[in-house]
Design a protein. Structure first.
Lengths: 241, 227
């Protein structure tokens, strides 16, 4: 098994409100390896969003360690954490993922250009990333000229453009109808099978079921998990026996 | 290629783990489905029993596999009821083909045109179990809910894995829709479990103190399953 792309060990996050200490996460252990899609399920207030923010270096734990590609984020300077966010981590949110004034290919190329990649190279890499999620033909379109499902594909392409391999998705299908949402999850799953590591936060069981493992959060604690699931081939073989 | 659903659906029933779907008590009369299923297949043209069985299994992903005896006894009843007739003489292997009568054709369109209704109240083992759990002292209801939720999710993941693999052909579409039916049932169960959990948690915080011992037991139950 390859080394985890994301590793949370004993992660606790407390928020202080006056004299009251609220524990958003308590002693969470979670690792995600390349090729794996992990879903995090829980009711609102269970700590899902906090977990995602910690995983992406947007927040720091009160206790415990968060490692991305083997690097403990606590040991890095703010500039180094920002670089990890640019080069290693991509986000997909429920909506408003794309800058409305940029075309699809420009949106995907943006993180590369911000990281100093030259324009032509960035655009070619972005174009390839769009092809990988099946929307290469829409490279020149602006977000308002695309459907919700197409925009989410572009967002996935941007999240995994260039060297980025850790994809953090927060309810990415929340604004989509059932069939379109399923198409987006198919793309997400395919990108993970191609070597990315994905964390999918959702409250929909049907969407979480696309993951290899599903982690259940309650009041900041992982209470249980399901999976990994046997590959389809072995399910078929078992049925045919 | 599509013979695994029996395994998925049957896994939980025999307590072998790995699946949530086995306990689902299908509310619809299977014998009724066979009868109408065979009539619907005969709408495509005359066919004999072995062929009908293969076509039924192919269309439903072998979720409710038929044995050939069931098929022939059903055909006998359909013939008795005037919905099918024997079509010509037996073939070289002695197999007799059947075709629809006009009455059979009317029956098929009536079946497709009407909604399926549950046959009475099915016994749902999970609902019974939870109903007993909330009324039996000392049972950790939230743990019961979580155990079921994990099993339901595992089944849902297996179904999704199979769905991801389905292609675009007509048979794959049929199979994929059968899978979807199971997916939506499992999802409904999962949502119902969320609902149960919220209701149980709320009841635990609101419950008036019935007595010190009972109250302590209730609080401990909630606390334990939250850890």
């Amino acid at each position: 098994m390859s080394a985890p792309l994301l590793e949370l060990s004993g992660v606790t996050r407390e928020h202080r409100q006056g004299d009251v200490v609220v524990q958003a996460l308590r002693g969470v252990d979670l690792s995600v390896t390349p090729g794996e899609l992990v879903a995090v399920m829980g009711p609102s207030g269970s700590g899902k969003s906090t977990l995602l923010q910690l995983a992406g270096g947007l927040d720091s734990p009160t206790a415990g360690r968060v490692c991305v590609e083997g690097r403990d984020l606590a040991g890095l300077s703010p500039a180094q954490v920002a670089a990890v966010r640019r080069r290693s981590v991509g986000y997909v949110f429920q909506d408003l993922n794309l800058l409305p004034s940029l075309t699809a290919v420009e949106n995907v190329a943006l993180p590369l250009e911000l990281d100093g990649v030259r324009g032509g190279v960035a655009r070619r890499t972005a174009r390839a990333a769009l092809d990988e999620v099946g929307v290469g033909a829409l490279a020149g379109r602006f977000p308002d000229e695309m459907s919700g499902g197409q925009q989410q594909r572009v967002a996935i392409a941007r999240a995994l453009v260039g060297p980025r391999r850790l994809l953090l998705a927060d309810e990415p299908t929340g604004a989509l109808d059932s069939t379109t949402g399923e198409e987006v999850l198919r793309v997400l799953r395919a990108r993970c099978e191609a070597g990315a590591a994905g964390v999918l936060v959702t409250h929909e069981a049907r969407h979480a079921a696309w993951a290899d493992r599903v982690v259940f959060l309650r009041d900041g604690v992982i209470v249980d998990q399901s999976g990994p699931v046997a590959p389809a081939e072995s399910l078929l073989a078992a049925g045919g026996a | 290629m599509i013979r695994m659903l029996l395994w998925i659906v049957g896994g939980g029933r025999h307590g072998t783990g790995g699946s949530c779907l086995g306990h689902t008590a299908y509310a619809y009369s299977v014998s009724m489905s066979i009868r109408h299923g065979l009539l619907a297949l005969l709408q495509r043209g005359p066919s004999h029993g072995y062929q009908l069985r293969a076509e039924f299994d192919a269309a439903t992903g072998a979720t409710w596999p038929l044995n050939v005896g069931q098929v022939y006894s059903t055909l006998d009843r359909l013939e008795r009821d005037g919905l099918v007739v024997q079509d010509g003489t037996p073939d070289a292997d002695g197999r007799i083909a059947y075709r629809l009568t006009d009455a059979g054709r009317t029956e098929v369109s009536g079946w497709f045109g009407s909604p399926v209704s549950p046959k009475g109240a099915p016994r749902d083992e999970l609902a019974i179990k939870l109903a007993l759990a909330v009324t039996t002292p000392g049972v950790d209801v939230l743990a019961v809910v979580q155990t079921q939720r994990t099993a339901t999710m595992t089944g849902l993941q297996q179904l999704t894995r199979l769905k991801a693999r389905a292609g675009d052909g007509a048979e794959d579409l049929a199979w994929s829709l059968v899978l979807d039916s199971l997916v939506f049932r499992a999802e409904a169960e999962s949502r119902w479990l969320d609902h149960c959990e919220a209701r149980v948690a709320r009841a635990a915080t609101r419950r008036p103190a019935p007595g010190p011992a009972a109250e302590a037991a209730g609080a401990a139950t909630v606390e334990r399953s939250r850890r």
